[in-house]
Ligand binder design. Structure first.
Ligand SMILES: NC(=O)c1ccc[n+]([C@@H]2O[C@H](COP(=O)([O-])OP(=O)(O)OC[C@H]3O[C@@H](n4cnc5c(N)ncnc54)[C@H](OP(=O)(O)O)[C@@H]3O)[C@@H](O)[C@H]2O)c1
Length: 283
């Protein structure tokens, strides 16, 4: 027999994709749950987890009688939307839930951001652990947290799309391009997560190979000029990582010069101690 304390009763307020998924997962992990959806009276619970669409969270919080610890599951919303509840917090899984009829995605080891009043945070921590999530404390501005998630998730998709455009311009069928590039992208992300971003960076920037970088930009300006600024912006970020890693100032200057907009192979200035611009595009 287990001597662990009884688990709190969780009110799942909202029965959308996440609410319906949690209604399956939490009982399996020993949590009594009560379901609420629009039009029903609120159930008596220890913890009310508001799982309606982001736009409805404040309205449900205002209507909910004060008493239970109140959580929401939104990555984008602050905790002020849970007024008037003081023991308020958030548990936001960094995972996509399509609804249990479609799939119940894995939760084991998936990060989940927790925040809030100490009591709410403690509840969120326990729930996260019981569900198998890896809890991550995010006590600061939630807009920054959400922007980070959008950049890592949605913008990774946008970046793969941009890279696919270049690969298609190089002659690979457009429908094949994302799948051709994905193993490289996934391996790079895995390396960065395991070793840190600066140590994991490889390629022409890491080698200080300004001629190759200039060749990339010449080709991009010709075939997909709308992507040149994106290449430069991300190249700048790669340079910052390399500065962290101790890149020499001459290599850095050469790479910066190679990325300067509006240069042609004939007009680009030479950076100190670095032969920047070959007469022909690099192979
Ligand atoms: N699904 C995910 O992948 C995921 C992942 C992490 C976090 N979240 C968060 O989880 C929460 C729920 O997302 P979801 O994807 O499960 O939403 P969803 O599938 O779009 O369902 C939203 C549910 O909220 C209900 N609702 C909306 N406004 C309401 C209101 N004012 N009063 C009562 N019920 C209301 C809707 O009921 P009606 O149909 O009656 O309008 C619907 O059942 C959001 O905060 C979201 O950011 C979702």
């Amino acid at each position: 027999m287990s001597d662990s304390p009884p688990r709190p009763t969780i009110g799942l307020l909202g029965q959308g994709r996440l609410g319906r998924t949690l209604a399956r997962l939490l009982p399996e992990r020993g949590h009594p749950v009560r379901i609420w959806r629009r039009g029903l009276p609120f159930p008596e619970v220890d913890v009310a987890w508001i799982l309606v669409s982001d736009a409805g969270v404040a309205e449900v919080a205002r209507a909910l009688p004060v008493g239970p610890v109140v959580l929401h599951a939104s990555g984008a919303l602050g905790l002020d939307v849970l007024a008037p509840h003081l023991r308020a917090g958030s548990l936001h899984p960094l995972q996509s839930f399509p609804g249990p009829e479609v799939a119940i995605p894995p939760t084991q080891g998936v990060p989940a951001a927790i925040a809030g009043h100490p009591e709410a945070r403690a509840v969120a921590l326990q729930l996260a652990r019981d569900l198998g999530f890896r809890p991550v404390d995010v006590p600061g501005d939630r807009r920054l947290y959400h922007a980070a998630a959008v950049m890592a998730g949605n913008f990774a998709t946008a970046l793969l799309d941009a890279a696919s455009e270049l690969l298609s311009a190089a002659g690979v069928p457009p429908e094949d391009a994302p799948a051709v590039l994905a193993p490289l992208a996934l391996a790079s992300i895995r390396q960065a997560a395991e070793r840190g971003c600066a140590p994991a960076l490889t390629g022409p920037f890491a080698r200080g190979d300004a001629a190759t970088v200039r060749g990339h930009l010449d080709a991009i300006e010709g075939a997909a000029p709308g992507l040149a600024d994106l290449y430069r912006a991300l190249g700048d970020r790669a340079l910052s990582l390399l500065v962290e890693r101790g890149m020499s100032s001459s290599d850095r200057a050469a790479l910066r010069a190679a990325m300067a907009p509006g240069l042609t192979p004939d007009t680009a200035p030479m950076a100190p101690q670095a032969p920047l611009l070959p007469p022909d595009p690099p192979s």
